[in-house]
Design a protein around this ligand. Structure first.
Ligand SMILES: C[S@@+](CC[C@H](N)C(=O)[O-])C[C@H]1O[C@@H](n2cnc3c(N)ncnc32)[C@H](O)[C@@H]1O
Length: 346
């Protein structure tokens, strides 16, 4: 079985536990506030659409708890823009998209009661067409586009992505190539679905171009240490051989420069703004393990079974404890890129 394709059939956000964890996590707090301020500013200065029905889509919404405040921000900013232009306030519709196995019931049952918008759920892969042509005025996607549609062949077998000389060059290039292919598919589909002048806000976890893996860490380091823990488990014979030989994480965190180069190739969108935000996690080692367990546990259980989870994350914890970089939370160099794109006339 193709493990990467199969990843579409389980919750990539790790289910309920994750959601509340990620919502309250300092991985996102602060970043979301700054991103919201950027979105407000861009709507005030760049939105030039007059419509009676304003449609917003959130791609990779999960169960919605991080999405609802952002949808509120977008709608209030659009209302203000319309009022200041003496236009009648439009009706608002929000399309919530995620993979088919997403817990949409939790999303529906936790919708803000006083919201000023109607809701539609759009289950499906956002690398494909999901919505009618020319139907979306504002597209949003946060912490989702780093999920790839599949693990590139060259990376199978838990190969490390951290670039540390020639041996990983092929893996690095394969992951970057897959990320580029997926992001291009995403943009091509959204180009059909969005109206001309429509605005897109993307929040993508990223890595700085230069950082010192001996003294500093990023979310990429954490993934690599988890890979290494899984390899230790495989050596102990605790993982299915066949699965560990084909498995790797279908995720890639680009550098801002890689991201910009891919976005600039799009004929349909112009980059209006690109800001790099520091995540400032200040997590303890237990906090990192809990965060990553919440994010990756479902996928690992699906691949290797429940019985390997505790032991794998205990190994991860030991690796973090032995790492000089993780001794001090201020060594975290993880960043998030906030990008604002505008659908052009092409
Ligand atoms: C880390 S969660 C982020 C959730 C939310 N956007 C937030 O800011 O908290 C990533 C979400 O992206 C979804 N996702 C990943 N790949 C996807 C795809 N190809 N199509 C639709 N949703 C996808 C996952 O299912 C998951 O719910």
């Amino acid at each position: 079985m193709d493990s990467s394709k199969d990843s579409q059939h389980f919750s990539m956000n790790g289910g309920d536990g994750v959601h509340s964890y990620v919502k309250n996590s300092s991985y996102q707090r602060g970043v979301l506030e700054t991103a919201n301020a950027i979105i407000e500013e861009e709507i005030a200065t760049k939105l030039e659409i007059s419509t009676n029905s304003f449609c917003i889509a959130d791609f990779g919404c999960s169960t919605g708890s991080n999405s609802f405040p952002v949808m509120h921000t977008i709608i209030e900013a659009v209302k203000q823009k319309y009022e200041s232009s003496y236009l009648k306030t439009p009706e608002f519709y929000v399309y919530f998209n995620d993979i088919v196995s997403n817990d949409f019931n939790t999303l529906f049952s936790s919708l803000p009661p006083n919201r000023s918008y109607e809701v539609l759920a759009v289950p499906g892969d956002f690398h494909r067409r999901l919505l009618p042509p020319l139907s979306i005025h504002f597209a949003y996607s946060a912490w989702s586009l780093h999920w790839l549609s599949e693990v590139p062949k060259a990376a199978e077998g838990l190969k490390s992505l951290i670039w540390s000389g020639g041996e990983n060059e092929e893996v690095y290039a394969a992951y970057l190539g897959q990320f580029e292919k997926d992001l291009e598919s995403f943009l091509k589909c959204r180009a059909v679905e969005m109206v001309k002048g429509g605005i897109m806000a993307l929040l993508i976890p990223a890595l700085p171009a230069y950082w010192d893996p001996q003294k500093e860490y990023t979310v990429g380091t954490l993934a690599d240490l988890l890979r290494s823990s899984l390899l230790d488990m495989a050596k102990k014979g605790r993982l299915s051989k066949a699965r560990s030989e084909t498995f790797n994480f279908p995720c890639y965190t680009p550098t801002p420069e890689e991201l910009r180069a891919i976005l600039q190739k799009s004929n349909n969108f112009n980059i209006e703004k690109m800001e790099i935000l520091k995540t400032r996690t200040l997590l303890t080692i237990d906090g990192h393990v809990a965060f990553f367990r919440a994010v990756k546990q479902n996928m690992l259980m699906h691949e290797f079974g429940d019985e390997i989870i505790d032991e794998t994350f205990d190994l991860l914890k030991k690796k973090l404890q032995n790492s000089v970089a993780y001794a001090n939370p201020s060594n975290d160099r993880t960043i998030v890129v906030v990008v604002i794109l505008k659908r052009n006339d092409v």
